[in-house]
Write a protein that binds this ligand. Sequence first.
Ligand SMILES: [Zn+2]
Length: 243
Amino acid sequence: MANQLETLFKLQRLDTLLLEKQKTIEKYEAELAERRQAIAVCDARIEVQAAARKELVAQRALAERRISDTLELLKQRRQRLQKVRNERELRAGQEEVSSGQTELSEAETLVLELMGKVEEMEATIELAKKERAGLESADHRQVSETAERVQKLRQDLATDRDARDVMAAQVEGGLRKKYELILSRRFGLAVVEVDDTGCCVGCHVQIPPQTLIEVRKTGAVRVCPMCQRLLFIGGSDPETAPI
Ligand SMILES: [Zn+2]
């Protein structure tokens, strides 16, 4: 059983490395996802801005149409003014022309205003597109670098897992299950060493001398009374020395 615990202790070292590699892969993938998310947000904003621009352009076209209609109307009213037969028709005709001029001036003001808004919106869209292009080119650089890194890590991980499985197969099934269960509950530390003073390295509680004797002499599987981790008393093998 002493050998089994020693193997478990080594297995734990491998499992810790595997977990670190897995976390590194996840970190890289999260970074990539974040960048893609930023691009998607940019795209959505450009879409909203493009719709707003389209609406402004339509309003501008309507206002321009109103100018040409009003010009035509003014032309007709001025022609009628030439043919007035009396003072009353003259006054009415002059009023018509004057109100037409007011309308024309309003329509012209509106067109100018809308032209300004369209230009402003186009400048905003241009900026957003530049921002997106920046994100995308940075993304391309990062994607290829990160993809390489992730691929290398995944290969390492596969090799390490094979080594891990070979080692795990050397541990008796029941003990291995116990180890894996504790590992999942105790933050990646299932097998702990007992230090020179007879304390659990995991939680620093003093291990009863009787337990220490049992572990040392018979290699019995015992757990720390406080943290419930498997106790291991290291030999002279440097491989099993604490990390
Ligand atoms: Zn403990």
